[in-house]
Design a protein around this ligand. Structure first.
Ligand code: FRU
Length: 478
């Protein structure tokens, strides 16, 4: 339990954490990171009356796992942000061990929030946290402004989920289709199959179970589902756990990707495409998307992952860990999702330096955007930092890190050709978009922040546009 009053009382005791974070040179310049402590999933994303609200799973007083609050940033233009006071606290018996992930749905001027109230019944003899000893409460509340909330209302609890489910059911997200609001929830059956539960409602207050989406032999748990349409095609994004690596695929401990779904809502039947990973990097999990007022489908993800064999010790030493990815706009093209950096990121450019591939001479700048357009598709080695290489050989694109990866080593994807690259480099992160967002590699990296060389080895001809970037402006309202 942590009420708002508890938080405000404790806040004063943690000035040293805030001082410590400020001293860290690996603080990110243009990514949303926790003010102190630990950040994981993006939550409750929406835009209303011109203001973007970005909430996130937040443990303010420890840079490790702990009781979750929802942290909160707002912005009118996606480059100037306000750091707000935490928005949601685990302050009731139905969410006392953490206000877990959830989402927002805006209609007729009202913001509807849905989230999971996590309750651990550790005093029970049969407590095992998987099949017993845990409540996963689906909770609803509303707001007009994204700050003040109505009373929390319990919508669904363990007894409302199908009987063969384990006690892992969570992360509600809403999708409206015709006359119904559909809610997806991530889940694990008691015999360890990952799935998504589908509920539906006419009024956002009463939900009835309607179906489950499942793929044969595809992991023991699916977290953080997101159901949405792009150009009329339905997609289910989710994070399956328990899938063994196959060649270059599924190399991370848990997966982040999507199915195309052909759903017949009249007959309640569906077909799934193959699962495709959204990102080929090391640090990607729990993406969530929303439609903004310009009708763009914007996705943020957690630029981190639970239970990985690599770590972020350099920032943990300064009392913070993890960040959100940069916002990406999703498109449907060539039967798949393409991801592109949000247009507003261009407002961070300080200057433009154009050269050809052979003559990039950049040193000492680690906060930048670099766009490379090749004339053809030949093999290459791009040294992004002294310790980081992106190479394309025999139709395999690989990202390789050494010591600065803190355990992150190599990730690859097969690609018939590479025609363009966009690298977004921040102090301690890299996001690399290939072929206009056909594939993306996202990673944290902790190398030397000065004296970094960028160099291309390739027969490719092409144009490189290099943009040193300024950081976000973040005003603290908390
Ligand atoms: C995914 C997740 C969610 C859960 C939240 C708790 O990273 O495990 O399933 O709601 O994080 O912080």
């Amino acid at each position: 339990m942590m009420t708002k009053e508890d938080y405000l009382k404790e806040y004063d005791d943690y000035q040293s954490m805030r001082d410590n974070v400020k001293k860290d040179n690996y603080r990110l310049q243009y990514h949303l990171m926790p003010p102190t402590g630990f950040l994981n999933d993006p939550n409750g994303l929406f835009q209303k009356d011109g203001v973007y609200h970005i909430y996130f799973q937040y443990t303010p007083f420890t840079a490790g796992w702990g009781t979750k609050l929802w942290g909160h940033y707002t912005s009118k233009d996606m480059v100037n942000f306000n750091q707000e006071q935490p928005f949601l606290y685990p302050d009731l018996s139905i969410d006392r061990n953490g206000v877990y992930s959830g989402s927002a749905f805006v209609e007729d001027g009202t913001i509807h929030y849905f989230y999971t109230g996590n309750v651990k019944l550790t005093d029970r003899d049969d407590y095992d946290y998987i099949n017993s000893g845990r409540e996963q409460n689906t909770i609803h509340m509303t707001s007009k402004d994204g700050y003040e909330i109505s009373e929390k209302q319990l919508l669904l609890s363990n007894d409302d989920y199908p009987r063969d489910m384990s006690k892992h059911v969570r992360d509600p997200k809403i999708f409206k289709k015709d006359n119904y609001y559909y809610m997806v929830l991530g889940g694990r059956t008691s015999d360890n199959h990952g799935c998504v539960l589908l509920y539906r409602s006419k009024d956002l207050n009463h939900f009835e179970y309607c179906n489950r989406i499942i793929a044969p032999d595809f992991g023991y748990m699916w977290e953080c589902p997101d159901l949405f349409e792009l150009d009329g095609q339905l997609f289910l994004v989710t994070c399956p756990q328990g899938i063994p690596q196959q060649g270059y695929d599924y190399a991370n401990v848990y997966q982040t990707g999507y199915f195309r779904v052909d759903y017949d809502f009249d007959n309640n039947t569906y077909e799934l495409s193959e699962f495709k990973e959204l990102d080929r990097g090391f640090d990607i999990y729990a993406p969530q998307s929303f439609l903004d007022e310009k009708n763009r489908r914007i996705q943020y993800a957690w630029m981190g992952i639970p239970d990985a064999e690599y770590n972020n010790q350099p920032t943990v030493d300064y009392d913070w860990q993890h960040a959100l990815t940069m916002p990406r706009v999703l498109f449907y093209k060539n039967n798949q999702i393409y991801q592109q950096p949000l247009e507003e990121m261009k407002n961070l450019r300080l200057e433009e330096i154009v050269s050809d591939c052979k003559n990039i001479k950049q040193k000492d700048t680690v906060v930048y955007e670099m766009q490379v357009d090749f004339d053809g598709s030949q093999d290459f080695i791009l040294q992004i930092r002294d310790d980081v290489k992106l190479s394309y050989q025999n139709q395999v694109l690989s990202l390789n890190l050494k010591e600065s990866g803190y355990g992150r080593s190599s990730r690859s994807v097969e690609l018939k050709e590479v025609n363009s690259l966009t690298v977004y480099s921040d102090t301690s992160s890299l996001e690399i978009f290939i072929n206009d967002g056909q594939e993306v590699f996202t990673t944290r990296v902790y190398g030397n922040l000065s004296n970094q060389n960028i160099e291309f080895l390739t027969k490719n001809k092409g144009v490189v546009a290099f943009y040193p970037l300024k950081g976000y402006t973040i005003i603290k309202n908390d």
